[in-house]
Design a protein. Structure first.
Length: 335
């Protein structure tokens, strides 16, 4: 048994020695010498100068429609982008790509591909980001209308299936998917393309809607109690609440603070000699009502529009106020 153990030990020792002897020595390796790149339009030695110049000429060649350019494109030659500091250099031109994040976090390209080419051989086929920004406004016929930033598209819709006149105060929801507006004293909500209109109030006394930053509430002014007050409700017209609730004041033009915790509005006393409107703020539930302007003239509030969208009204505004992103309220005065 002892002999067997000695044999096994001797066998493994021999194997270890053989492995050490036969293992090749590790030798240091160095890569090829980096070719010089001096941004001087001279070859770096990879090819001769004549070939380099011919390749650069092809890189700088400008294509036209007759050469097959289009129908959509970003540039007419490679060098239009890649020229910092010489032909073939890095690009400082930004590409426009569009898409969205799926539920699992993966990127989903826009229909037709993520790349949005900035040029085309015909404006009718110009690529644009799907669902791009729109402007909503009240036209001269007092109808809420939609227009895209693409001038060629023009007016897209004038809100079908709603009262034909009396539209005012259109306001985009924070995500841009819907528009709230007042028509004939009722608050309506429609999709941002003008489809699926719904009257979410039917009192005939409601106007000036504005969305909370999280899109869960719409604040508006209503005279359903006899004197205009600030109310809130959900985008489907439920949970209607009078939050300003002051019969001695006529409350109009609510606007939310960016964080949704405050509402600014105009309050005009219902009695007194020559009553004038002042700017007030309150918590989003109506508590903590505070007058913040003491000017001699009339000041008023006007809703802001989220996401860089604009909803100008046809009404004439003599004075306005709005929350800024800082803890300030900007106001103007009608003396």
């Amino acid at each position: 048994m002892k002999v067997l153990k000695l044999f096994v030990i001797a066998f493994f020792a021999s194997a270890l020695v053989i492995a050490l002897v036969l293992t090749p020595a590790v030798q240091s390796q160095s890569g090829p010498t980096e070719a010089p790149a001096l941004f001087d339009n001279l070859t770096n030695g990879f090819t001769d100068q004549a070939t380099f110049d011919a390749d650069r000429a092809a890189f700088e060649a400008r294509e036209e429609k007759a050469d097959g350019l289009g129908p959509i494109y970003n540039a007419q030659s490679c060098v239009e982008c890649h020229q910092n500091r010489v032909s073939g250099g890095v690009s400082q031109i930004m590409e426009v790509r569009a898409g969205h994040s799926a539920a699992d976090g993966t990127f989903v390209a826009a229909p037709g591909g993520s790349l949005i080419n900035s040029r085309s051989i015909n404006t009718t086929i110009q690529e644009r980001v799907p669902g791009g920004p729109l402007i909503t406004y009240v036209n001269t016929a007092t109808q809420v209308s939609l227009v895209s930033f693409d001038i060629d598209a023009g007016v897209l819709n004038t809100m079908p299936d709603v009262p034909t006149t009396g539209h005012s105060f259109p306001a985009y929801s924070p995500d841009g998917s819907k528009i709230a507006f007042s028509a004939s004293g009722n608050i309506w909500v429609v999709n941002n393309d003008g489809t699926n209109p719904n009257a979410i109030s039917v009192e005939g006394t409601d106007f000036q809607p504005t969305w909370s930053p999280d899109g869960t509430k719409i604040a508006f002014s209503s005279a359903r109690t006899g004197v205009p007050q600030i109310f809130t409700m959900t985008p489907i017209g439920t949970e209607v609440t009078n939050i300003s609730n002051d019969p001695n004041g006529s409350d109009r033009m609510p606007t939310y603070s960016p964080d949704g915790t405050k509402i600014a509005f105009q309050r005009t006393p219902t009695s007194g000699i020559n009553p004038v409107g002042k700017i007030w703020t309150m918590n989003s539930n109506g508590s903590g009502q505070t007058q913040i302007t003491l000017l001699l003239g009339t000041t008023s509030a006007r809703p802001t529009r989220p996401m860089g969208r604009r909803s100008p009204s046809a009404r004439t505004a003599t004075a306005t106020t709005r929350f800024t992103k800082s803890p300030l309220v900007a106001a103007s005065q009608l003396g």
